[in-house]
Design a protein around this ligand. Structure first.
Ligand SMILES: [Fe+2]
Length: 266
């Protein structure tokens, strides 16, 4: 389903709840889109020179994390506030490999989907069937599986899957982070690398596993004014996250049998 880039309708919200995705074509206006691609190019160049900068330090990538038109849409599907989990950016050149089926919902361990997490996939110069197609299975966000459980299927066809291989520049796809998805490598694209950014957000109401770096990133985001004078301060609220590494070894020790028996002692 491709929906308008204006406010979400009740039908859009109902579609997202059921199918787990929404497509916004031509979402980023052309000037901003060019500046975002320039930021991604600068990031690639920095990495080649072994210069490490946080993504939010690139001006347009930083501001994208609180892009008001997208903030409104996320608020509509979640019906609450939310915080940024991460931003990643990449330029996939010709010959880039694919990514096997997986889901990206953050939970330790995977037991429920009580609160929403979304990924926004930005395809700055669209998709044209070269380098890599996006595959996903509508509705699969409701099946609770761990992150790596789908790996065995590679990027093979799954029943009911959708293949997105045509998108105009500046398009965005919002997916529920638990939606099963993959990137299937395709030939071609020597003249046109594939510019890709993903930004993800977690609904407020529970504490989410985050990267250990979330506090430093959020402090920097606020310093840079990415909260747009406080309007989106909640997007950079570190109290929404815990450091999963701190809990993992204890969890691995205690993760035996039926966890419900451990819950009753709380
Ligand atoms: Fe993913």
């Amino acid at each position: 389903m491709t929906t308008s880039t204006d406010d979400l309708s009740p039908e859009d919200i109902e579609f997202f709840d059921r199918e787990g995705y929404l497509v916004f074509e031509d979402f980023i206006e052309p000037d901003l889109n060019q500046r975002l691609m320039a930021d991604v190019d600068a990031m690639i160049e920095d990495r080649q020179n072994e210069t490490q900068r946080r993504l939010i330090d690139y001006p347009e990538l930083g501001l994208l994390t609180s892009h008001p038109p997208m903030m409104g849409k996320i608020e509509s599907v979640m019906n609450s506030t939310f915080a940024m989990h991460h931003i990643h950016a990449a330029r996939h050149d010709a010959g880039s490999g694919g990514v096997a089926w997986h889901q990206d919902y953050a939970q330790l361990p995977h037991t429920n989907r009580s609160h929403a997490m979304v990924h926004i996939f930005y395809y700055l110069n669209g998709l044209n069937g070269e380098i890599g197609d996006l595959l996903f299975v509508p509705g699969s966000q409701k099946s609770i599986v761990s992150d790596g459980a789908l790996q065995i299927m590679g990027d093979g066809d799954l029943p009911g899957m959708v293949c997105v291989d045509t998108l105009p520049s500046g398009s965005a796809i919002m997916v529920h982070s638990a939606l099963w998805h993959a990137r299937r490598a395709k030939p071609g694209g020597e003249d046109m690398p594939r510019y890709f950014i993903d930004v993800s957000y977690c609904q407020n109401g529970v504490t989410w596993p985050g990267y250990g770096s979330h506090k430093a990133i959020n402090a920097r985001a606020l310093e840079l004014g990415l909260d747009r004078e406080g309007r989106y301060a909640h997007v950079y609220d570190s109290s929404t996250f815990f450091d999963a590494h701190e809990y993992r070894s204890d969890f691995d020790t205690r993760n035996q049998g039926s966890l419900v028996l451990q819950l009753k002692d709380l």
